[in-house]
Design a binder for this molecule. Structure first.
Ligand SMILES: [Zn+2]
Length: 151
């Protein structure tokens, strides 16, 4: 699966290169529902929260999808399965896999301190990158610190 085709993923972490490795196993359950057991692996390039330089992040996820033809049957799917609705006889499997990929993204990524473009000295001397310093005024810990000084 070509990562650069995944527009919603690009909205989350920027345009990606390369491929995701996706393995899908199709089966029918006792209620003759179509089930998919899937695995995905991808190497993504995600900006470091500290220096904003992209860094390579490996993500992997296992997922279970149930193909359903109506919202009513989606409600009957066992909870471990994610229902995927067939609309106008179209199954948006790519969209469902993209969802899984987005869910598997780490919340925040940072370089190891030694590799980060924002060095340890900058951090300890209080020279924060622009993005963080702009939000410093409403940092509750700053308010606590100034309070502490007065006590
Ligand atoms: Zn960094």
């Amino acid at each position: 699966m070509a990562l650069h085709e995944l527009k919603r993923l690009a909205d989350e972490v920027g345009e990606q290169q390369g491929d995701a490795i996706v393995t899908l196993q199709f089966s029918l359950d006792a209620q003759r529902r179509h089930l998919i057991d899937g695995e995905l692996e991808a190497n993504l390039s995600i900006p470091c929260r500290r220096c904003l330089e992209p860094m390579s992040v490996a993500v992997a996820s296992e997922f279970q999808l149930a193909i359903v033809s109506s919202d009513a049957s989606a409600a009957e799917v066992p909870s471990e399965y994610e229902p995927v609705l067939v609309r106008d006889e179209q199954l948006d499997l790519l969209g469902a896999i993209e969802d899984e990929l987005i869910l598997s993204l780490p919340q925040v990524v940072y370089h190891d301190e030694a590799e980060c473009a924002v060095s340890r000295e900058q951090l300890s001397s209080g020279e924060l990158p622009e993005e963080e310093s702009s939000s410093r005024t409403d940092n509750p810990f700053d308010a606590l610190k100034s309070l502490k000084g007065k006590l």
